[in-house]
Design a protein around this ligand. Structure first.
Ligand code: GAR
Length: 225
């Protein structure tokens, strides 16, 4: 089933670009119908236009605007698009409860850590500062709990002793560019459900079986990939 997907962005938009590329190549059966950026001039907007996304909207907060008012405006834009799924791809604002409640179990975020570790900002630096031996990325359902909703997918890499923020971020970002499209495709396949506060992925085809994807080696692809 081809899902209508709305994507919220704030910056570079490499995850959005990867999702759009996977859709173009046919590995994700979705259509990105709307991209909203809270930042005027975000690179992600160029990417959306380049791929012919039908609605590309800049929705910047007004000076001193309350978060609830901003989220009401955002919700109106989203409702107008009637998305099946809302994806946060580098969206750096907290999504209001009204928006989360409007799309129950249908808002997904990607985060550059192995949640529940290192929530919030500068997650890769937090991991390096903590001296962890493994790092990675997660997709999760968005709830009122910041970066705390049910985990959908995770992928992990070993941290090297000489890793810097730049080198580790680059390895993790490459995984994010697979994890987010894979997550959207799981929704397209109708395989994501929740029970007891956890995301359950129904059995079905795995991307690990595919030979056309050029999956990086040395990576642990968690259940559901
Ligand atoms: C990505 O690493 C994403 O995981 C992160 O922002 C980056 C956006 O990159 N998101 C968060 O930290 C959210 N808590 P992109 O704009 O190139 O997709």
């Amino acid at each position: 089933m081809t899902l209508r997907v709305a994507v919220l962005v704030s910056g570079r938009g490499s995850n959005l670009a990867s999702l759009l590329e996977h859709i173009r190549k046919g590995s994700v059966q979705a259509k990105v119908t709307l991209v909203v950026s809270d930042k005027p001039g975000a690179e992600a907007l160029d990417s959306a236009r380049h791929h012919g996304v039908p609605a590309v909207v800049t929705l910047a907060p007004e000076p001193d605007e309350k978060s609830s008012s901003y989220n009401d405006r955002l919700l109106a834009v989203l409702r107008g698009d009637k998305p099946d799924l809302v994806v946060l791809a580098g969206y750096m604002r907290i999504l209001g409860k009204a928006v989360v409640d409007a799309f129950p179990g249908r808002v997904v975020n990607i985060h550059p850590s192995l949640l529940p570790a290192f929530k919030g900002l500068r997650a890769v630096q937090q991991a390096l500062d903590a001296g962890v031996r493994f790092a990675g990325c997660s997709t999760h359902l968005v709830t009122a709990d910041l970066d705390g909703g049910p985990i959908v997918l995770q992928a992990a890499v070993a941290v090297k002793p000489d890793d810097t923020h730049e080198t580790l971020s680059r390895r993790i970002l490459r995984l994010e560019h697979l994890l987010l499209p894979r997550t959207v495709q799981l929704f397209c396949e109708g395989r994501v459900a929740t029970a007891d506060g956890r995301a359950i992925i129904a059995p079905g085809p795995s991307w690990l079986q595919r030979t056309d994807l050029d999956l990086p080696s040395g990576v642990l692809y968690g259940h559901g990939f």
